[in-house]
Design a protein. Structure first.
Length: 334
């Protein structure tokens, strides 16, 4: 993965849902195949007050997306096809807001092949966040990028072999997740991750994601530790996504945690507060922290509006400058 690809990866955060096509419109059935479309339109206005440089205000709607899903029952198998795009092909200055491929995969029963979420993405219990670029940064889903892979689920486990972040690696990146859903809506995710670095070391790390229900409210805690994880958290040596896990030819380790609390006022209003911190064992002093507070209002089941304040320390260039942001957004799902 080169530097430009890494920047694109940073722009692929998941929004408010980790599951493709969680909200969809059925189109009907043809030749034993059910068709549906889904997605959303989202408009954002952002005020940005940076620590160094000029403040600015800007708007965007690039996160809007559309997908097509097919489901076929044939010879005892369930075959799912899914393709989705958004408009972040024009992320960089001078480019248009071109359609960009997000997902394109086939799932046969419990086996998935194609381009979709990395195995590391599934290690995280996600909060409600409005920030498309930096919402989950600092967790193993921090870049939320998708990559070609093969994944298989069995007995609560998910085994994933995926296109390596290191272009010169001769083995795939791997991830193993174990998902435990408990009574009352509680959830625990245990994960292990391994990959070959640019210095040819094969390294690994582990993570835990958890969600605990407190009545209708919820508390989330994510934590990770190990080497080779900066490629997924977006935090690492020299704060560079080009090779975030190697410094002076040596593997870099990191420890991070992310905590959040969601308070549900009623079926129309909810609020979230979250804090993230990552300590990196490097000489470049690339430790990272972020905090956010938001409130979200469901005007209807399909239409919501939100307001979020956030602050980043040691962020990533023009996409995530150090400082504060205030975002107001509207999102219509179909």
């Amino acid at each position: 993965m080169n530097y430009r690809q890494s920047l694109l990866a940073l722009a692929i955060a998941s929004g408010l849902s980790a599951t493709p096509a969680a909200h969809a419109l059925d189109l009907g059935e043809f030749n034993d195949t059910k068709f549906s479309i889904g997605g959303f339109f989202k408009a954002e206005g952002i005020y940005e007050k940076v620590d160094e440089g000029d403040s600015r205000i800007f708007g965007r709607a690039n996160q809007s997306r559309v997908n097509l899903k097919t489901v076929t029952q044939k010879e005892g198998h369930t075959i799912v096809g899914f393709v989705e795009g958004d408009f972040y092909g024009g992320l960089f200055p001078g480019e248009n807001n071109d359609l960009r491929l997000r997902h394109a995969f086939i799932k046969v029963d419990q086996t998935t092949v194609g381009q979709t979420w990395t195995g590391q993405f599934w290690a995280v219990a996600y909060h409600d966040y409005l920030d498309f670029f930096g919402g989950p940064r600092g967790t193993l889903g921090g870049l939320n990028f998708r990559t070609p892979l093969v994944s298989h689920e069995v007995a609560g486990f998910r085994f994933t072999a995926q296109d390596p972040v290191n272009n010169d690696a001769d083995i795939p990146d791997i991830a193993v997740n174990y998902n435990l859903n408990l009574d009352g809506g509680h959830r625990i995710i245990l994960s292990a991750s391994g990959r070959k670095l640019e210095n040819d070391d094969f390294v690994g790390g582990g993570a835990v994601g958890s969600k605990f229900m407190i009545g209708k409210h919820s508390f989330n805690l994510n934590a990770h530790y190990g080497e080779g994880l900066g490629a997924f958290t977006g935090v690492g040596a020299n704060n560079s996504l080009a090779s975030p896990d190697v410094e002076n030819g040596e593997a870099v380790s990191q420890f991070g945690y992310d905590v959040g609390f969601r308070y549900v006022f009623n079926d129309k209003w909810r609020a979230n507060i979250a804090y993230t911190k990552v300590d990196v064992d490097d000489n470049a002093d690339t430790d990272y922290k972020a905090q956010r507070v938001n409130v979200i209002h469901n005007i209807t089941n399909d239409l919501e509006a939100g307001l979020e304040w956030r602050q980043y320390n040691l962020a990533f260039g023009p996409l995530l400058p150090d400082g504060q942001q205030v975002e107001v957004m509207a999102k219509y799902k179909f």
